[in-house]
Ligand binder design. Structure first.
Ligand SMILES: Cc1ncc(COP(=O)(O)O)c(C=O)c1O
Length: 384
C-alpha cells in the first residue's frame, strides 16, 4: 500500500491514508486486500455503488460504438438521457444543459440569471459551497478559497442560512438570483426548513429574482425523493445536478424552466465534452439501477434506522435527510472519522468541527448499516 502522494499531482488532500484499487457496491479495497465500507461514496458520487454491473455494461456497450462526439451533432443516447432525466425532474424543469462538473452547472445557472435579468447582484448563504470557478467561488462562503479572487466577484448579499428574520434585510429586486443548497452538506448538514424555503422563493419571485437550487448533493434520490425540488410547493427556476448523475462518469446538468429556455439563444451555453455518449449511457444506466433496485425506498428505510440509532447515542444528534446525514457528536468530527476509519468505515468531515458526514451509495446494503452502527456505538456509546 502506498499512502505517499505523487509530487506531480496538485490539489490533492486525502481524508484517509490509503490507496483504493477496486470497489464493489458499498465496499472498496486497498492493494493489500483490506476492505472498507464506503459511507462516503467518493464525495457523494458513487450513487449506484462502485462498479455496478449494469453501469459497466452500458459504458462498455457505448464505447464499442462511439467514445465521443460533441453537441455539433445529434446523438440518440443524449436525447434519451435528456428525456429520462426530464421524466424524473419536476415537470416545470424539463429543459437542461449537460456539462461536466458541479461548478460548471452552477456557473451556467448564475450566468443565465445575470444575463436574463440584466441585474448585477447575487444572494448567497453563509455556510454555502457551490464550486471553485470564479463565479461559483464568489457565492461560496469560504474565505480560504475565495479571498484571493474577491476582486472578480459580483456584489453578493450574504444571508444567514434558514433564518426567517434575515429575509427582511435584503432587496430581492436588486438581485439576479438567489442560490442555495436545500441541505448544506459541507457546511455541516444543515436542512433548510420547508416554510423558510417557501417564503424565500415567494419573495424572490415577487421581485423578479431567479431561484437556483444547487441539488448537486440533494438531487437524484439521495434524500429519499428524486429531487428536493420534487415537492410541489417548492418552485425553483433552475436546479443544478452533478456528482452521481452518471455513477462516477463526469456529468452535470443545469436544468431550467421552459420560460428560461426560450429566452436563451443557441450559443449562450456550450461545452466540448458535455453530453458525450459514454457519459449519457452511464446516466441512463444510473436511473435504470436506481429504479430497478427501488433505491429510494431503501434510502428512506435505512436512513430511518441510522437516524434512530444515532439519536440514541449519548450526546449525539442525526442531521440531514436520507443518505445525506450528519452525526453531530460531542467529539470532534475529524476524530470520529479516524476512529471509524480504523474500524474499516469511510466517512467524511464537514466544516462544522462536530459534524461527521455520511454520503453512502443509494445501493447500501442493510448488513453494512448494521456493521456501521455496531462500530459507531463502540466508538460513541456509553463504553466508547
Ligand atoms: C453542493 C455542491 N455544489 C457544487 C459542488 C461543486 O462540484 P464539482 O466539484 O463537481 O465542481 C459541490 C462539490 O462538492 C457541492 O457539494
Amino acid at each position: 500500500m502506498s499512502s505517499d502522494l505523487s509530487p506531480h499531482l496538485l490539489g490533492q488532500g486525502p481524508i484517509w491514508p490509503i490507496e483504493i484499487v477496486r470497489g464493489r457496491n458499498d465496499r472498496v479495497w486497498d492493494p493489500g486486500g483490506r476492505m472498507f465500507y464506503d459511507f462516503y461514496g467518493g464525495h457523494a458520487v458513487a450513487l449506484t455503488g462502485h462498479a455496478h454491473p449494469r453501469v459497466r455494461k452500458a459504458i462498455n456497450r457505448e464505447m464499442r460504438k462511439l467514445i465521443f462526439y460533441s453537441t455539433s451533432t445529434r446523438l440518440n443516447v443524449r436525447e434519451r438521457a435528456a428525456a429520462t432525466l426530464a421524466a424524473h425532474l419536476p415537470a416545470r424543469l424539463s429543459r437542461m444543459f449537460f456539462c461536466n462538473s458541479g461548478a460548471e452547472a452552477n456557473e451556467n445557472a448564475l450566468k443565465i440569471a445575470l444575463q436574463l435579468t440584466g441585474r448585477e447582484r447575487l444572494i448567497a448563504f453563509r455556510g454555502s459551497f457551490h464550486g471553485r470557478t470564479a463565479l461559483t467561488l464568489s457565492v461560496t462562503d469560504d474565505p480560504r478559497l475565495n479571498a484571493p479572487f474577491a476582486r472578480f466577484a459580483p456584489p453578493i448579499d450574504w444571508l444567514p442560512f434558514a433564518d426567517p428574520t434575515a429575509l427582511d434585510g435584503v432587496d430581492f429586486h436588486e438581485a439576479a438570483a438567489v442560490i442555495l443548497e436545500p441541505i448544506q452538506s459541507m457546511g455541516g448538514v444543515r436542512v433548510a426548513p420547508d416554510a423558510w424555503l417557501g417564503e424565500l422563493i415567494r419573495r424572490a419571485h415577487a421581485a423578479g429574482c431567479l431561484v437556483i437550487f444547487d441539488e448537486i448533493q440533494t438531487g437524484l434520490g439521495r434524500t429519499g425523493t428524486w429531487f428536493y425540488a420534487s415537492r410541489p410547493e417548492l418552485e425553483p427556476d433552475m436546479v443544478t445536478l452533478a456528482k452521481g448523475l452518471a455513477s462516477g462518469i463526469p456529468v452535470a446538468a443545469t436544468t431550467v424552466t421552459a420560460d428560461i429556455a426560450s429566452a436563451l439563444k443557441p450559443h449562450d451555453l456550450g461545452s466540448t465534452f458535455g453530453g458525450g455518449p459514454v457519459a449519457m449511457a452511464a446516466l441512463l444506466a444510473t436511473f435504470e439501477v436506481l429504479e430497478r433496485e427501488d433505491c429510494l425506498s431503501s434510502v428512506q428505510s435505512l436512513s430511518q434506522k441510522l437516524v434512530t440509532a444515532i439519536n440514541r447515542l449519548p450526546g449525539c444528534t442525526a442531521l440531514g435527510r436520507g443518505f445525506l446525514l450528519g452525526i453531530q457528536s460531542p467529539k470532534p468530527g475529524r476524530w470520529l472519522c479516524d476512529q471509524l476509519f480504523s474500524r474499516g468505515f469511510l466517512t467524511g468531515p464537514s466544516r462544522d468541527p462536530l459534524v461527521t458526514r455520511l454520503l453512502p451509495p443509494l445501493t447500501l446494503r442493510p448488513q453494512s448499516v448494521d456493521f456501521f452502527l455496531e462500530a459507531l456505538s463502540e466508538v460513541l456509546g456509553e463504553s466508547g
